[in-house]
Design a binder for this molecule. Structure first.
Ligand code: ATP
Ligand code: MG
Length: 717
C-alpha cells in the first residue's frame, strides 16, 4: 500500500488504524494516546488514499470546540476547505438535518430550539397550568424525566406506569409537554436527536438516501453516546455504511445523562466483522501526571483495562495545594499563572478546571482584580440574555451616566423614535468633544429636529427621573420600578408567542434575583453597584475576547478531549468532587472518578490540584475534607506545595513595608471574639501572617473552627 506522508507522524498502532481496511472499526484507547489524531488522519486517508469523496463522510464529535478543531485539522491536512464534509456535534448535525427535512419530521419550517432553561421554564408553566403542586412535581426533576425518556428513544406511548401513580403522572406530564411543544413549534435538545432518529426510521427513502451518501461515519468520544445516538448511528450506517468509532471506557462521564458504556460492547455485537485497535502510548502528559492518572483510575472496577505508558520525561511532581478558602485558592492559581507568564508562557495554555459552574466565580473575581484576561466556556447564562442585559443597561446608566455602551443599548429600546441619524449627531459631538454620549445628547438637543429632540429629551428625563425616584428604595424595588417604567416589560409583552413570555418571565426573575441578592458583603459599595458588578461577572462581560491570549476556564465535563500545558484541577473536596449526590452510589462514584481521570489527563507539563478547607458556594459556607481522589493518587507522584505551618504565633508581626496586607489587629490568644455566623468564642491559636493568617476559635455553640483572619470579620469583645 502507498505509504502516504500522512502516516509519517504516527506510531505503528496508529498507522494501522488509520490505514485499516474499509470495514467497521473500533479504536479503544486511553487518554492522550492519539484517538482524535487517528480519527482526523483517517478522514484525510479516506479522501487522499482511498479516493473517497468528502461528500460521503460524516464526522461526529461532542463539543463545538472539538468539532471546530477537528474541522481545521482536516482542512490543514487536505489543504482544502472541508466544506463538503459534514463535521459537527450530534446536536449540530441533527439540527442541520431537521432544517432540511422539517416537513418530513413534522415540524413547522420556522421551528425554534429550546435551550435547557427554556425547557425547564416551559415544564414549570405546564405544571402550574395543571394545578399541580410544584413542591411535589419539581420542574427540574420532571424535565429530567422527560429527557431521560427521550435519550432512550421513548415516547409517552411506549411507557408503562405499572401501577405506580408517580410514574403515571410523570408520563402524563411528558405527553402534555410534548403536545404543547409540538403546538408551539419548539424542540428541546433531546428532541433534536430523537426526531432525527424517527425521521430516518419513518422515512425509508430518506434513510436510504443518507445511507447511500454517508458511507463513512466517524465518531469521536464514542463511550459517551446515549441510546438514541447509537440508534441513529445504526440507522445511518445500515448494513452498508462503515462506522469508524474511537473511545475510552475510562472517560465515560455522561452516564447521568443517559450515555451508555455498553454501547462499546453493543457495537461489537452489531458489527461482527469489526476490527479493533488499541493504542497504548500516551503522547500528552509527563510520566508523573500519567502515573497519577493511572493510579487513580485503577481504583475503578469493571474496566476494559489498558496499559498506558509514555516515553516522555517524568517531569515535575503533581502539586497539591491546600487553600484556606475559595479566595485563597483562586489567588494561589492566579499567582502560579503569573509565574508561568513571567517565564514566557501563554495564558491560553493554562486551564482551570472545576466540577461545577458556580466555582468559576471566585476565579473570575481574582482574575478581574489581577487584570488577567480569561474566558469561561459554558452555556448561555441568565445574565447573558438580551432582555436582562437591556434591563441592566438602564440600571447602569442610572448609576453611571457616562456608560456609553449602556446608553447605546437602550436609548431607543423600546423604540422611541430616536433614529441612527439623531444618534450620529450625538456620537459626532461626543467624539469631537471627548465627552460621554449622555453629555453629548444634552448638548445637541437644540441642533436636532423638533421630533428627534423631543424624543431624546424624554429619554434623558426618564433616566433622571428613575434615578431620583428610586433613591432609597430596596434593591429589588429599584429593579422592579426600572423594568416597568423604562417600558422594557411592556415591550416584551407585546411580542407574540413563547419567546416574549419567556422574556417577561426572565425580567420578573431579575426582580427576584435582586431580592435574593446578598447585600451583606457589599462593603462600601451601594447595593445597586454591587448587584451590577455581580451581573457583570455572571454575564461573563469581564471576559477577554476570543482572540485575546486568555486563561481558559471550564467544567471538567467540557474539558473532555482538550489538552493544556498547565492545568489546575480545583475544588477537590468531598461533597463537591466527588459530588455529594454520588458519594453513596458506587456506580456514580466511579463515574466521578472517571471525571477526575479526565481532568488529570488534560495536563501536559504541569498539574496542580487544590482544595479549600472552607468554601462559600451558593451563599453557603461549607467545611469539606480533602477529596478521596487525592488519597487515591500514588503518593510518589504528589508533592504538597505548602506544608502546614507548624508554629503557632501571635499575628502581631511587625508590619512589612510595601505589603498591602495588614495583620489583623485586635485579636490575640485567649481573646473573646464574635463571628457573624458562628457567634461568640475564644481564640485558641493563631498562625501564619498577612493574608495567610489563620485563627482557631472555639465557638460556644458551633465548636472549634479554623478561620482565615482576613475574611472572618471577627469582632473583639
Ligand atoms: P483524549 O482521550 O483525551 O481525547 P486522544 O486519545 O484523542 O486523547 P489526541 O488528542 O489525539 O489523544 O492526542 C494527544 C496528544 O498527543 C496530541 O497533542 C497529539 O498531537 C499528540 N500525539 C498523538 N499521537 C502522536 C504521535 N504519534 N506523535 C507525536 N504526537 C502525537
Ligand atoms: Mg480525543
Amino acid at each position: 500500500m502507498d505509504l502516504s506522508p500522512l502516516l509519517d507522524s504516527l506510531n505503528d498502532a496508529q498507522r494501522q488504524a488509520v490505514a485499516a481496511p474499509l470495514k467497521p472499526t473500533l479504536v479503544l484507547a486511553g487518554a492522550g494516546s492519539g484517538k482524535t489524531r487517528v480519527l482526523t488522519h483517517r478522514v484525510a486517508w479516506l479522501v487522499q488514499v482511498e479516493n473517497v469523496s468528502p461528500h460521503s463522510i460524516l464526522a461526529v464529535t461532542f463539543t463545538n470546540k472539538a468539532a471546530g478543531e477537528m474541522r481545521s485539522r482536516i482542512e490543514a491536512m487536505l489543504s482544502l476547505p472541508a466544506a463538503p464534509l459534514w463535521v459537527g456535534t450530534f446536536h449540530g448535525i441533527a439540527h442541520r438535518l431537521l432544517r432540511m427535512h422539517w416537513r418530513e419530521a413534522g415540524l413547522p419550517q420556522a421551528f425554534q430550539i429550546l435551550d435547557a432553561e427554556d425547557q425547564q421554564r416551559s415544564v414549570r408553566k405546564l405544571i402550574k397550568s395543571l394545578n399541580l403542586d410544584e413542591a411535589r412535581w419539581v420542574p427540574k426533576e420532571v424535565t429530567w424525566f422527560i429527557n431521560a425518556q427521550k435519550d432512550e428513544g421513548l415516547r409517552p406511548k411506549h411507557l408503562k406506569a405499572d401501577g405506580d401513580p408517580t410514574r403515571e403522572q410523570l408520563i402524563r406530564l411528558y405527553a402534555a409537554y410534548q403536545e404543547s411543544s409540538d403546538r408551539a413549534g419548539v424542540i428541546d435538545f433531546a428532541e433534536l436527536l430523537l426526531r432525527v432518529y424517527e425521521l430516518w426510521r419513518d422515512n425509508p427513502d430518506l434513510a436510504a438516501h443518507y445511507r447511500a451518501r454517508f458511507r463513512h461515519v466517524l465518531v469521536d468520544e464514542f463511550q459517551d453516546t446515549n441510546t438514541v445516538q447509537y440508534k441513529w448511528l445504526r440507522e445511518v450506517t445500515g448494513s452498508t455504511g462503515i462506522p469508524f468509532v474511537v473511545g475510552d471506557d475510562d472517560q465515560s462521564i455522561y452516564g447521568w445523562r443517559g450515555a451508555k458504556i455498553e454501547n462499546l460492547h453493543q457495537f461489537r455485537r452489531d458489527y461482527p466483522d469489526v476490527q479493533m485497535f488499541r493504542l497504548e502510548q500516551n503522547y500528552r502528559s509527563t510520566g508523573n501526571i500519567l502515573a497519577a492518572a493511572n493510579g487513580l483510575i485503577a481504583q475503578n472496577s469493571g474496566r476494559l483495562g489498558k496499559n498506558l505508558w509514555t516515553s516522555g520525561e517524568k517531569g515535575e511532581p503533581v502539586r497539591l495545594y491546600s487553600a484556606y478558602n475559595e479566595r485563597d485558592e483562586a489567588n494561589f492559581v492566579v499567582e502560579r499563572i503569573r509565574e508561568w507568564t513571567s517565564k514566557g508562557g501563554n495564558r491560553r495554555d493554562c486551564a482551570i478546571l472545576y466540577r461545577s459552574n458556580a466555582q468559576s466565580r471566585a476565579f473570575e473575581e481574582a482574575m478581574l482584580a489581577a487584570r488577567m484576561p480569561y474566558r469561561v466556556y459554558g452555556g448561555l447564562r441568565y445574565f447573558e440574555r438580551a432582555e436582562i442585559k437591556d434591563a441592566l443597561a438602564y440600571l447602569r446608566l442610572m448609576f453611571n451616566r457616562a456608560d456609553d455602551a449602556s446608553f447605546e443599548r437602550v436609548v431607543n429600546l423600546p423604540t422611541r423614535g430616536i433614529g441612527n441619524k439623531t444618534l450620529d449627531t450625538v456620537r459626532d459631538y461626543a467624539r469631537a468633544n471627548a465627552c460621554p454620549l449622555w453629555q453629548a445628547a444634552g448638548a445637541t438637543l437644540t441642533q436636532l429636529g423638533v421630533k428627534a429632540g423631543t424624543s431624546l429629551h424624554a429619554f434623558l428625563a426618564l433616566i433622571e427621573r428613575l434615578d431620583k425616584e428610586t433613591q432609597g428604595l430596596a434593591l429589588h424595588e429599584q429593579v422592579d420600578r426600572v423594568i416597568e417604567q423604562s417600558g422594557v416589560i411592556a415591550h416584551h409583552q407585546k411580542e407574540k408567542g413563547e419567546r416574549g413570555e419567556a422574556r417577561v418571565e426572565n425580567l420578573e426573575e431579575l426582580v427576584s434575583a435582586a431580592r435574593g441578592f446578598d447585600t451583606e458583603e457589599t462593603g462600601d459599595m451601594s447595593p445597586l453597584a454591587a448587584f451590577l458588578s455581580h451581573a457583570v461577572l455572571e454575564s461573563g462581560e469581564g471576559q477577554a475576547d476570543q482572540w485575546e491570549d486568555s486563561v481558559q476556564m471550564m467544567t471538567l465535563h467540557s474539558a473532555k478531549g482538550l489538552e493544556f500545558p498547565l492545568v489546575f484541577l480545583c475544588g477537590l473536596e468531598e461533597g463537591l468532587f466527588p459530588h455529594q449526590r454520588s458519594a453513596t452510589d458506587p456506580a456514580r462514584l466511579e463515574e466521578e472518578r472517571r471525571l477526575c481521570y479526565v481532568g488529570l489527563t488534560r495536563a501536559m507539563q504541569k498539574l496542580y490540584l487544590t482544595y479549600a478547607e472552607q468554601r462559600r458556594l451558593h451563599g453557603v459556607d461549607s467545611y469539606g475534607s480533602p477529596s478521596r481522589f487525592i488519597r487515591e493518587l500514588p503518593a510518589e507522584t504528589l508533592e504538597e506545595v505548602r506544608p502546614r505551618i507548624q508554629v503557632s504565633r501571635p499575628v502581631f508581626v511587625p508590619r512589612k513595608p510595601m505589603m498591602e496586607e495588614e495583620p489583623v489587629a485586635g485579636v490575640k490568644l485567649g481573646q473573646r471574639v464574635r463571628h457573624g455566623k458562628f457567634g461568640d468564642g475564644i481564640v485558641l491559636e493563631l498562625e501564619g501572617q498577612g493574608s495567610h493568617a489563620r485563627v482557631h476559635v472555639n465557638f460556644e455553640r458551633q465548636g472549634a473552627k479554623w478561620l482565615m483572619l482576613a475574611y472572618a470579620n471577627l469582632e473583639p469583645l
